[in-house]
Design a protein around this ligand. Structure first.
Ligand SMILES: [Zn+2]
Length: 413
């Protein structure tokens, strides 16, 4: 396959990209097509590495309104409603909904997904189902699973045993939820436990960390210290960290030194953070998102996730990272022209960094041919116009092809 005349990641000069045996084999200003080679004319189009959703909950997806809608919109009511729905889970139920969500993600150019899976369930039904899904989709989508203790590790019966069992069943990463544990001491103990478990079982770490508008919620400093002292470094991700949006500046200044030293990744979830955040405020009402701009400026890897697709925490969502990105740029005041132009990194390479897949991700000769072609010449225009994903190519195979819609506009301006 040969992609002709494409703008790679906003470059003004166009290039040709040759794909053979599932890999990018040559990227150069001009490459001749060989006989019978499939040629994609990508004149005035944009080539990006595929979108990455590094934080989503595929076990709960598509359950919004079942058994009830979350009318208060708080995280805690979401957990309560999910706890009821969880009792009725079956393997087929989870697999059907998860695949439905993945299909919409794929249609929107996503090829790499990290899903948290609630393991505060004595039967681990959702995890067993998603392990099957991970295997069944693996030729087209790289799916990572995180053992996520939705109702706590120390604060849920047999929480530690369930986490260990989940690790042995074959998750990719170990999760946590320190801000939901009963006490600060439990929060610290849960972090010590989960990092040790990850080390023992050779897993990554991705913790729901300080997802609360409480400036006293400071599990992040413990997680970053563990990442630093164990040497796990960039194998560790702190998701949400919304409390950082409420920390005072003196404490945050001190914290950033540790964050930089620790090399941990951050994932913000702009759609869900703004939905769940500020719910206990009257006015002024907080924005609910972590300090994305400051993290970026400090050279710390930060990515965006979608988090929830039609579930008890978020009644909307359609597997489109451009929605999360659009919201995040507004809420994070990332509205400089260059910020917007380069913002695709927040939903591509930075997410790949958090998922620890950078060794086989990116548009480079020798790497697997995973990419998307957007129907515009640069990302500023593509984001504003919500340009179609003309092609999503995975390991050199066309995964999605979109025909642009045709509009007849009779405006006489
Ligand atoms: Zn989450």
């Amino acid at each position: 396959m040969l992609i002709k005349n494409v703008h790679i990641q906003n470059e003004s000069e166009t290039k040709d990209v040759k794909i053979e045996d599932g890999k990018f084999v040559k990227i150069a200003p001009t490459i001749e097509a060989s006989e019978n080679e499939q040629v994609i004319d990508a004149t005035d189009k944009l080539l990006l590495p595929p979108f990455v959703d590094p934080h989503v909950h595929l076990d709960a997806t598509m359950t919004a309104g079942d058994p009830e809608w979350n009318q208060t919109g708080t995280l805690f009511d979401g957990i309560r409603i999910w706890s009821e729905r969880k009792k009725t889970l079956t393997i087929d139920d989870v697999k059907t909904r998860a695949k439905q969500a993945i299909k919409t993600q794929v249609a929107n150019g996503i090829q790499f997904v990290r899903s948290h899976v609630d393991v505060t369930d004595p039967n681990l039904t959702a995890l067993k189902a998603l392990i099957e899904v991970r295997e069944e989709v693996k030729d087209q989508v790289e799916l990572q699973l995180v053992a996520f203790p939705q109702e706590g590790i120390l604060s849920f019966p047999n929480g530690k045993e369930l986490m260990t069992e989940a690790a042995d069943l074959g998750v990719d990463a170990i999760g946590g939820i320190p801000h939901f544990e009963f006490t600060r001491e439990y929060a610290v103990e849960s972090l010590n436990f989960l990092v040790k478990l990850a080390q023992q079982k050779n897993k990554l770490v991705d913790v729901h960390c300080d997802e609360i508008d409480d400036p006293q919620s400071r599990s992040l400093e413990t997680l970053a210290t563990l990442a630093l002292e164990t040497g796990m470094g960039d194998k560790v991700t702190a998701s949400h960290t919304t409390a950082m949006g409420s920390y005072n500046d003196a404490y945050t200044y001190k914290l950033f030194r540790l964050l930089k030293m620790s090399h941990i990744n951050f994932i913000a979830n702009p759609l869900v953070n703004t939905n769940l955040g500020g719910r206990f405020d009257t006015y002024p009402k907080r924005r609910g998102m972590t300090r994305v701009k400051e993290l970026k400026e400090a050279g710390i890897n930060v990515a965006f996730g979608e988090d929830d697709i039609k579930d008890p925490w978020y009644p909307m969502g359609n597997g489109n990272m451009l929605d999360a990105l659009h919201m995040g740029l507004h809420v994070g005041h990332l509205m400089g022209y260059d910020d917007i132009m380069n913002s695709y990194q927040l939903v591509t390479t930075n997410g790949a960094g958090a998922m620890h897949v950078s060794d086989h991700y990116g548009i480079e000769e020798g790497k697997p041919a995973n990419c998307i072609i957007m129907n515009n010449d640069n990302f500023y225009n593509a984001l504003n116009e919500r340009s179609e994903i003309l092609y999503s190519i995975h390991n050199g195979e066309v995964l999605v092809e979109t025909t642009p819609k045709k509009v007849t506009n009779n405006f006489k301006g």
